[in-house]
Design a protein around this ligand. Structure first.
Ligand code: UD1
Ligand code: MG
Length: 461
């Protein structure tokens, strides 16, 4: 049976007090709307219809992709009016699942329960019991009992004091028989306190037609909470981060403090991984067995080999290219690895060392205050403190090649393109602009002079 998925995302989000459309605000690095779209993957929907309105162009540009279709709702006259706009885009005699672009943490298992319970025949509402249901549409049940048949939804603003005392609220998510849904929304009116076309009015229509209406309780509050303000966004962010942290802890990862952990993407971990406080992981990160990450590291799009140690305050950003750190490597504290840094096993990168688009073979070391850009570094190279590759001539990038066992002294400038042969030594303070043969010592600096009897100037009184 065909499944249509409709995601309402046309609302303004006034309380966000932001120029950015509400559904584009980010939770764990992804937009609220993207969370909902990702959740629908694998549900078996024939199409995702996203209803846009406020900031439509920005919203459409942000989440466009195969299987996503947009319908514009201008102006926004209520949730029922929103679904009216989607009618031409939904097809078949199956089920239509209606979700909200600002309710990001709904789980697929819950959505699937709605779709299965609907089965193209029943109207299924996702509900939640709340200690404070203010603002929510209330589920009216026969006899006012928890298991009484659902009769209608009454919006908070239209509800009587007795109805407002009902704790069961409508979450804004439902599954409906597609053909009936189209018929029902065409019959809506806006005779209510807010002067809006309420989607929730279809419940009473279904009841009147004898269509079964089911209220299914959400498994928890987190899945159905919407974002209307920065405070609510921050609350959901922490809930989501805590969930991710718990999953990692349960998988054996040792987080020093799950409340001080942020994952904005995916993190895969081997056995016996330890992560200290205040680390941020973004994009795709993988940590091999026994990796230890010190406090206050930011790691994005990188893979860290088994047993490697990333010391405190290290910044690793692979961007699109990625960063690779070999097994047993030591990195940081205060190191910076940029796109294309590819460190072999047991490489050491110390404080204030920046590596970009460079390969370092096994056992190579750059322990202090250095820059390695567009370089190929052989095994066991020792790259001295304060040395840099001058890889950029103002227009083009050039490569520096350093053979195995080279010793680069402190404070050297290697002007690329340049090749340093295996086993060569570069004297400290050298500016190297010509290739160096294997095994040779090159020194390129002014000779030291001594001026006998020289006296330092003194201040005149
Ligand atoms: C809606 C429900 C209410 C439920 C609550 C849960 C209706 C009439 N009421 O109320 O029963 O308890 O959600 O949060 O449906 N939207 C559009 N176009 C519009 C209006 C809204 O796309 O014209 C979108 C919004 O962007 C949002 C969603 O629909 O994603 C819900 O709209 P909102 O205004 O928050 O509905 P509520 O008044 O909260
Ligand atoms: Mg509202």
């Amino acid at each position: 049976m065909s499944l249509n998925i409709v995601i309402m995302a046309a609302g303004k989000g006034t309380r966000m007090k932001s120029a950015l459309p509400k559904v584009l605000h980010k939770l764990a690095g992804r937009s609220l709307l993207q969370h909902v779209l990702n959740m629908t993957e694998g549900l078996g929907g024939a199409r995702n219809v996203v209803i846009t309105g406020h900031g439509a162009e920005a919203v459409e540009a942000a989440v466009a992709g195969p299987g996503v279709q947009f319908v514009r709702q201008m102006p926004q006259l209520g949730t029922g009016h929103a679904i009216q706009q989607a009618v031409p885009a939904i097809e078949g005699d199956g089920t239509t699942l209606i979700l909200n672009g600002d309710v990001p943490l709904i789980k697929q298992a819950t959505a699937r329960r709605l779709v299965e319970a609907c089965d193209g025949k029943a109207l299924v509402l996702l509900t939640i019991h709340l200690s404070d249901p203010s603002g929510y549409g209330r589920i009216l049940r026969q006899g006012g009992t928890a298991d009484g048949h659902v009769l209608a939804i009454v919006e908070h603003k239209d509800a009587s004091p007795e109805q407002r005392a009902i704790s069961e609220g409508y979450t804004g998510m439902m599954a409906a028989p597609t053909a009936a849904l189209k018929r029902w929304v065409s019959q809506l009116n806006n005779n209510n306190v807010q002067g809006e076309y309420y989607l929730t009015d279809i419940v009473a229509m279904a009841v009147a037609e004898g269509v079964p209406v089911l209220g299914i309780a959400a498994p928890n509050e987190t899945e159905v909470l919407g974002v209307n303000s920065p405070v609510q966004l921050a609350d959901l962010e922490r809930r989501f981060q805590r969930e991710q942290a718990n999953d990692l802890l349960e998988a054996g990862v040792r987080l020093a403090d799950p409340a001080r952990f942020d994952l904005r993407g995916t993190l895969s971990c081997g056995q016996d991984v330890e992560i200290d406080v205040n680390c941020v992981f973004e994009g795709q990160v993988s940590l091999g067995d026994g990796v230890r990450i010190g406090a206050n590291c930011v790691i994005r799009n990188a893979s860290i080999g088994a047993g490697a140690r990333i010391h405190e305050f290290t910044h690793i950003d692979g961007e699109a290219q990625g960063v690779k750190v070999g097994a047993g490597a030591l990195v940081g504290p205060f190191a910076r690895l940029r796109p294309g840094a590819d460190l072999g096993d047991e490489v050491h990168i110390g404080n204030f060392v920046e590596v970009k688009n460079s390969t370092m073979a096994k056992g190579a070391k750059a322990n202090h205050l250095a820059y390695l850009g567009d370089a190929t570094i052989g095994e066991r190279v020792n790259y001295g403190a304060g040395s840099i590759t001058a890889n950029y001539d103002g227009a083009n990038k050039h490569r520096t090649e350093i053979g195995a066992d080279v010793h680069v002294g402190s404070n050297c400038v290697l002007i690329a393109p340049v090749v340093i042969g295996a086993g060569a030594t570069i004297g400290g303070g050298s500016t190297i602009s010509k290739n160096v043969a294997a095994g040779e010592l090159s020194v390129a600096r002014g000779k030291q002079v001594a001026i006998a009897g020289w006296t330092r100037p003194v201040k005149k009184r």
